[in-house]
Design a protein around this ligand. Structure first.
Ligand SMILES: C[S@@+](CC[C@H](N)C(=O)[O-])C[C@H]1O[C@@H](n2cnc3c(N)ncnc32)[C@H](O)[C@@H]1O
Length: 188
């Protein structure tokens, strides 16, 4: 049985990520190469909140259309935008307006005209069927109260033969009830 209603969980997550601040790039330095970080505006690296490096496994090609689910401050969106080049396009999707705004600002600071940012839910992706070559996501699916819906939406927007590169948390044992009931644990 879920411990949080869907709207309640979303409010907690939006509040958490709307207020998140960082002046250290510890997460980014753990997962990304120094030469990748050197291409990014400082804020994009300092606000990296993922759990891996999905772009590193996506084999992105120039000209591809990429969707980054839960783009946060945009670290993977921006790296993908460099990889697909001016003939490609990267859509960063996030439900927290402050995060969507940050990706927009970081893309502008990196002079990337091939980034589009959408505010919205990964469970209701605001894109048409079969419109994306590659879906990325980093540390987001675990936050969804409707994971199967988010995965179904991912498959809907992917073109036939499209690719998915996800980094996320997995449980290897059941969590204790006090963790399951904790708003802080819910938001990561
Ligand atoms: C842990 S952060 C990861 C951000 C980014 N992927 C990165 O690697 O830095 C999770 C992000 O997902 C967004 N998010 C969480 N649940 C979401 C949902 N259901 N739909 C859209 N965005 C969501 C949050 O607003 C937050 O920006």
């Amino acid at each position: 049985m879920p411990y949080f209603r869907e709207e309640e969980a979303r409010a907690i997550i939006q509040d958490t990520y709307g207020h998140v601040r960082s002046d250290r790039a510890a997460v980014a330095e753990a997962f990304y190469a120094p030469e990748e970080l050197a291409r990014l505006p400082r804020g994009a690296a300092e606000l990296a909140l993922g759990v891996g490096h999905p772009v590193g496994h996506a084999a992105l090609q120039p000209g591809e259309v990429v969707l980054d689910l839960g783009c946060g401050a945009g670290i993977d969106t921006l790296l993908a935008a460099f990889a697909v080049g001016p003939g490609g396009r990267v859509i960063g999707l996030d439900m927290t307006p402050e995060m969507a705004e940050r990706t927009q600002q970081h893309a502008a600071a990196a002079d990337l005209a091939n980034v589009e940012v959408r505010e919205g839910l990964i469970e209701e992706i605001p894109l048409s069927d079969a419109s994306v070559d590659v879906v990325l996501s980093n540390g987001v699916l675990n936050l969804s109260t409707r994971k199967s819906r988010a995965l179904a939406e991912t498959m809907r927007v992917l073109r036939p033969g499209g690719r998915v590169s996800l980094s996320d948390l997995i449980l290897t044992e059941a969590l204790p009830e006090d963790v399951l009931k904790s708003p802080a644990a819910l938001a990561g």
